[in-house]
Ligand binder design. Sequence first.
Ligand SMILES: Nc1ncnc2c1ncn2[C@@H]1O[C@H](COP(=O)(O)OP(=O)(O)O)[C@@H](O)[C@H]1O
Ligand SMILES: [Mg+2]
Length: 453
Amino acid sequence: MDDIDKTGNLRRKAEEEFKKRKKLSSFEQKEKVDLQAMVHELQVRQSELELQNEELIQAREKEHKLEEQLRQSQKMEAIGVLAAGVAHDFNNILTAIIGFGAMAKKRLKEDSISKEYIEEMLAGAERAAELTRGLLAFSRKQVIIPKLQNLNTIVFTIEKMLSRLLRENIEFKTVLSSSDIIVKVDASQIEQVLLNLATNARDAMPDGGYLIIETGVADIDKHYAEANLFENPGRYAVLTVSDTGIGMAPKTSLNIFEPFYTTKEVGKGTGLGLAIVYGVIKQHGGNINVYSEPGKGTTFRIYLPLLQSAEDIKPEIVEAIPMGKGETILIAEDEPNVRKVSRMYLQEYGYKTIEADNGGEAVKKYKENADKVSLLLFDIIMPIKNGRDAYEEINKLNHTVKVIFMSGYTDDIVAKKGILEDGFEFLSKPLNLDTLLRKVRGVLDRQNAFKEQ
Ligand SMILES: Nc1ncnc2c1ncn2[C@@H]1O[C@H](COP(=O)(O)OP(=O)(O)O)[C@@H](O)[C@H]1O
Ligand SMILES: [Mg+2]
């Protein structure tokens, strides 16, 4: 009996246990399903978060890149201001050295021993002027004379000169777009850009390689324009210069546009080549990118605002320096050396001159000599009255008075008062003897035609 009871008890216990377990396991099962749903939800949430995180990282990287670009361009701006200041003063000094040197040379006999010295002196001064021009170009203070040009023609024109610069182990190719690419640029400046880039490519390929210059067109959308510090979105002409040379590390490519940055040994590089390129392109409202890796060559991509229509683009014809016919020119210039050089140039070539060292004096001298003066040669920045104001005052007395403005750099006033935009004749300093005399003759000869209109 005991045994039976025992068994019955045991069975009951087992049944209870079983029931309990069954209950628990259905409860557990429900819990399991819930848990699975939660896990799934968590997984979904996690991948959402991962995605968001990824986006955040990308946004931060983009912001970082933009900040870096902005910092870089501000730094370039600051260096530019410094460089422009130095270059401006040097320009005036060099105008005097080159001007007087050229005059002295002209007066010496062919066999004079001093002639060689002076030639050396002038060559040195020209090199200094070259450096100054480089600094001015970098700081975008150089006066550029933009005209409608076909980019293909510019590349085609300079091709021969570039191939002369390269060694025989460098294969040079141009790939020009089949349609005209019309841009408004100072052609000589773009040639300078190509020259500097080609020189660097040559230096980067001591063992030979390929240099390829391509022209094309690209649409820059708002997004890309913002991300790459373009002034405006739109259609751009693209000039690509690639080489298969040594390339450069990312750290190097960050600094290459700064003036005086060079990795070349002393005497081999000035570090101004790319600074000039940068300045010229920015001054033309364009942009420049560099893609490079060590050992994998380098590609510079230049963007210039594209124009739709083409005007007649005529080549310039170079003629002998024209002589004066005894006309009187009123020179207003506050820098004594520049004034003296201009006077000497003009007198040497058959003109009479009257001088003023400021704008107020210029107006006074004009009034005294109104019947004699055929042309005004005015510096733009002068004490008392600037060149433009002095001209305006004289123009009130004589509407047909002719003027040529000159300046060492594009001072604010040039931009503000739009000397160039208003179609005035303009000369940049250091004055070039040829250019001055041609311009003076050209303007004087146009005077009659102008009056008839
Ligand atoms: N095509 C190129 N391949 C490799 N490195 C280049 C190239 N162009 C420029 N660089 C680097 O940029 C530096 C600055 O160039 P640049 O301003 O022309 O000055 P420089 O040629 O006088 O050194 C060079 O010293 C060189 O390190
Ligand atoms: Mg260089």
